[in-house]
Design a protein around this ligand. Structure first.
Ligand code: FES
Length: 299
């Protein structure tokens, strides 16, 4: 979109109740973006800085895709913004890109995405597929009303059409209103117990993105099996430069407690070294109402 002022909202798509997708003119970010990275959005002067994962981007068009769920005052106000409105600032891309390895043979990279975990999972999954890796996506939704990106022509089905031999998708819904009833952990547990997926593939690694309680459940499940698991942490962030400490993640390395910061050491971290007992309460420490909806959504 030549001519549009930077940070202008070019498209707004209502995905589900309280969940909006924005296509934003942000050519520099779009050019530099890599899977797994995020941006820090200043919605308006003196507003709150909001970290948002890059859900998609188009370097040629100079656009990025951000998905926002109305949870607290700021995100509710962002979701009320209209096409033609502009954010005051978008800084990024920030954070370390996903580490990608090529997995040969009958292996698969398993993604567990809960609720709003699907947008951040999408570009990472696509990067693995482009590398030639087989991917198994387990996407969990609370109920059928909260589905998005799964219908024909939408992002996940587009990937299925583009990589028919490389992508298996399993959907779960908490109430059984869509596909398999249960949580993302239900099919994952079956695979771990069987030592392979129903297609006979071994799990190369697990990537989990979603509500913190879900990521912890996934991490606890894979740990005894020794399956490498990466969690992408959508922590509370303030400066996003590693200075303020808001996004601190306590991890244990060689028996020692070490402070990592999701904004500069992540957002992806080895989930098995995260001290979840100390980490989870940090979500409540900052914004009680926001976290309440974050934890209950999708899991
Ligand atoms: Fe301040 Fe990460 S957001 S240290």
């Amino acid at each position: 979109e030549m001519g549009a002022a930077p940070q202008t909202i070019l498209q707004k798509i209502h995905l589900a109740d309280g969940i909006v997708e924005f296509i934003v003119h942000s050519p520099l970010v779009a050019k530099a973006a890599q899977a797994g990275q995020f941006v820090r959005v200043l919605p308006w002067e003196k507003g709150e800085l909001i970290p948002l994962t890059l859900a998609d981007w188009d370097a040629k068009a100079g656009t990025i895709c951000l998905v926002v769920q109305a949870m607290g005052a700021s995100s509710i106000a962002i979701n009320a913004m209209l096409v033609g409105d502009a954010f005051t600032g978008i800084a990024g891309p920030l954070g370390l890109p996903s580490e990608l390895h090529r997995f040969e043979g009958q292996q698969t990279v398993v993604f567990t995405a809960g609720g709003l975990g699907l947008p951040p999972v999408y570009p990472i999954m696509r990067a693995h597929l482009r590398l030639g890796n087989h991917v198994t996506l387990i996407a969990g939704f609370r109920n059928a009303d909260l589905l998005f990106w799964v219908k024909a022509g939408e992002r996940v089905s587009q990937l299925q059409a583009e990589f028919p031999d490389l992508l298996d998708v399993i959907y779960t819904s908490n109430d059984g209103s869509f596909c398999q009833k249960g949580f993302v952990t239900t099919p994952l547990e079956a695979m771990l117990k069987d030592g392979q997926t129903s297609q006979g593939r071994k799990i190369a690694e697990v990537v989990t993105i979603g509500p913190p309680l879900m990521m912890r459940a996934v991490s606890d499940l894979t740990k005894p099996y020794g399956v490498k698991t990466v969690a992408s942490l959508n922590s509370i962030m303030v400066d996003a430069t590693g200075m303020c400490g808001a996004c601190m993640v306590p991890v244990t390395i060689d028996g020692k407690m070490v402070r990592k910061h999701a904004c500069v050491d992540g957002p992806e971290l080895d989930s098995h070294i995260i001290d979840w007992d100390k980490f989870l309460p940090r979500f409540n420490q900052f914004k009680p109402q926001e976290q309440a909806s974050r934890v209950t959504h999708g899991f």
